[in-house]
Design a protein around this ligand. Structure first.
Ligand code: ZN
Ligand code: ZN
Length: 241
């Protein structure tokens, strides 16, 4: 599990025929108050748990799981992870928390065609994605996570309850699937997605000073060029109407 800083660890997604999201572990190790950001694809729970242990962390230090959003490639192995660390709270944006509490699986699969494909490929039954959350986020909060202050930013567009986590002192942004390396952005054709909202969210992120970009997939970027997110937003603007 590569170290990004002393307080931020990276668990690369293990993509196979379907993507597995990256996960991150945040918090000063000495605080014993760590947060896992995102889980990953169905079947990747043991890999994520083992990565945390291999890095020398006690599982008992993981106090919560914070979801950037509820798509299958991020939430698929949440139940597997919860079995290993049942004490960990589940935090996510209110809009998707409400959907998951009702078992609304469109928030997980995004489209019916994808649901059928995934259920068949991964052997999933209908109704398995129903979760109780411990804290519903709205955006605008500053969370104290293991002696670090992380700001929650609501960035809908890829999904209605997408959040970004921003650490201002170290200029680290965890944007979920909203913006990636290589001027890429998250898709905006799934359930709950919205092009114009995504554009607004990108413009919000563009206001932040970001040195380290830790997205849900593909490359992570250290030393992000100034104006990168603005440039990305401008490039995509014609499609986000
Ligand atoms: Zn997504
Ligand atoms: Zn994803």
């Amino acid at each position: 599990m590569p170290k990004i800083t002393e307080e931020v660890y990276y668990i690369p997604g293990q993509d196979e025929f379907m993507p597995d999201s990256h996960a991150y572990v945040l918090g000063k190790p000495s605080s014993q108050d760590l947060s896992l950001i995102d889980a990953g694809l169905t079947g990747k729970g043991s890999y994520k748990i083992q990565s945390i242990q291999k890095a020398g962390f006690e599982l008992s230090a993981i106090k919560r799981i914070i979801m950037t959003h509820s798509h299958l490639d991020h939430i698929g192995c949440l139940a597997e992870i919860q079995k290993q660390i049942p004490w960990a709270e589940l935090w996510m944006h209110r809009l998707e928390a409400d959907l998951l509490e009702q078992g609304e699986e469109r928030a997980v699969y995004g489209m019916d065609m994808f649901r059928e494909f995934c259920q068949e490929q991964l052997g999933l039954k209908s109704g398995v994605f129903k979760f109780q959350t411990n804290r519903k986020l709205d955006g605008g909060e500053t969370l104290d996570l293991g002696e670090m202050a992380w700001e929650v930013i609501h960035i809908p567009g890829h999904s209605m309850g997408s959040i970004g986590l921003y650490h201002r002192p170290m200029r680290i942004l965890i944007p979920g699937d909203v913006v990636y390396a290589d001027y890429a952005i998250g898709r905006f054709d799934l359930y709950g997605a919205d092009g114009p909202e995504l554009k607004k969210s990108l413009m919000r992120l563009a206001e932040l000073e970001v040195d380290i970009l830790l997205p849900g997939h593909n490359q992570i970027v250290k030393g992000l060029p100034k104006g990168y997110i603005m440039k990305t937003a401008k490039q995509w603007e014609p499609y986000l109407r």
